[in-house]
Design a protein around this ligand. Sequence first.
Ligand code: NDP
Length: 265
Amino acid sequence: MPKHLFAIFGNPVSHSKSPLMHNFAFKGLGIDGCYTRYLLEDGEKLKEKFFALGLKGINITVPHKEHAYRACDELDPFAQKVGAVNTIVEKNGKLYGYNTDAPGFLRAISEFRGVKNVLFLGAGGTAQSTSMILREAGYDVTILNRSAGRLVRFQEKGFETYTFENFQPQKFDLVINMTSAGLKDDALPCPGEILDTVIPSAKACIDVIYGKETPFLKVAKAYGKPTKDGADMLLYQGVIAFEYFTDHAYGFEKILPHMQKAFLL
Ligand code: NDP
């Protein structure tokens, strides 16, 4: 494979682990590739910048996943369905778009066995793509969000949805924080009283935030529940993106141990 340049586009982007993950994989697999980061301020310029920088592929993070979706010439059917692209590969001058966040998340939660009913706290972009893939994989997903506005698109797709005010406590196997509550503050994703009704009967609790123990995970641990943060989701979306970057020359299990090194530093 000739030398190819890859990048992550986002704003902010300085905190991203993706360059480390992908460069470990290039090095470990003996591929002459290089992955960098690019602060993209104007999402409308994504395509122009992609070609100006001479890139072969990119990952896209907040807040440009919808811009990335619109910039592609060809979309993978799942990316098309969810309206968000986090991986783009250039082939013969055309941009091909994929969503690897959702399959990465599905893989990350599949270690929990015997799970059917899942409660999502949050209704943002991540909840949108992951709810679709979970439903396709046979899970029942219920969405609970702080405000009603973002619930409309879930209702249109037939999901059961609640706000804090009209929530009906039920038994859920997994409770998942899909909000940014706890990322830069000490907020819980929903009132503590709601957590006290759903966590005790859950098999496990998951947070998509990584790199810290959020207030949500602290409550789950206080109830003695198994927990998991968002690190595996991040790792697995990266491995799946790398499969696309290298045109599936390497399988998931071959790439994984190299990328894992980024989390040992
Ligand atoms: P969005 O901005 O699209 O959505 C944010 C959601 O969080 C909304 O539902 C919003 O509710 C809710 N929310 C925000 N603050 C609070 C609060 N204080 N209390 C209750 N609800 C709150 O975000 P994304 O979907 O893009 O990202 C969500 C999280 O997922 C982020 O923390 C992000 O870091 C993480 N993530 C992790 C990944 C990984 O690989 N591990 C990959 C992608 C994302 P409302 O509608 O009421 O505003």
